[in-house]
Design a protein around this ligand. Structure first.
Ligand SMILES: [Mg+2]
Length: 208
């Protein structure tokens, strides 16, 4: 009898403990997911294109340097050169007082050809989200990370790179739906992060 009581008490105890463990694990998972999203993957702002960025507010925030991705942020990935419109627009930003540079994971030929009409400081094969390219830029311009905004269409390269370096991060919609195959594979996961960001399922990034 005693033995039976002990067993049922134990089994109840263990089932309670299992529930507690499960709840604890779920809470932990939520915190981990939230932490990762906030720290690395959420942009500070999400805009439909580079023209929709509140540049006035950027100046108020003391942003001095705008770091643009090229492919699918400024032009479609298969458009070799900038349009005249884009040349006027980016030069207009320079006239407003911003420094501008290009940071691309694409190769030298692509970046140099695109940059011909601008002659901006440009880094190719930047290996975003790695910090090697962006750190080069910070040193060249002599700015602090808080004075830099990084602008791109990809969470797992541009935004991650900016967030890990404590910069202001701006996610743009891709200028075209067409993507290179490697990027296409990542878009599904990116959409989930963007949806979470839009629904404000988790608190918005601490920098915003
Ligand atoms: Mg891109």
């Amino acid at each position: 009898m005693d033995c039976g009581k002990k067993t049922s008490f134990n089994s109840r105890f263990w089932s309670m403990s299992a529930i507690k463990q499960l709840l604890f694990r779920q809470t932990l998972q939520r915190f981990v997911v939230q932490g990762v999203l906030m720290k690395f993957l959420y942009p500070d702002i999400y805009v439909k294109n580079i023209r929709a960025i509140p540049y006035g507010k950027m100046l108020e925030r003391n942003i001095k340097l705008l770091v643009f991705d090229i492919d699918n942020t400024l032009v479609p990935y298969d458009m070799p050169e900038a349009t005249e419109d884009l040349v006027i627009f980016l030069n207009g930003l320079k006239a407003q007082g911003f420094e501008i540079c290009l940071l691309s994971n694409n190769n030298k030929k692509r970046v140099e050809l695109f940059n011909k009409k601008f002659n901006f400081t440009a880094i190719y094969k930047a290996r975003k989200p790695a910090s090697v390219g962006i750190k080069k830029i910070i040193n060249m311009f002599g700015v602090s990370p808080e004075e830099v905004a990084i602008i791109g269409d990809q969470i797992f390269t541009d935004i991650w790179c900016g967030n890990r370096n404590k910069m202001f991060t701006i996610l743009t919609k891709p200028v075209e739906k067409r993507d290179s195959f490697g990027v296409y594979l990542k878009r599904g996961i990116e959409r989930k992060v963007v949806d979470a960001f839009k629904k404000k399922a988790y608190p918005i990034h601490k920098k915003s």
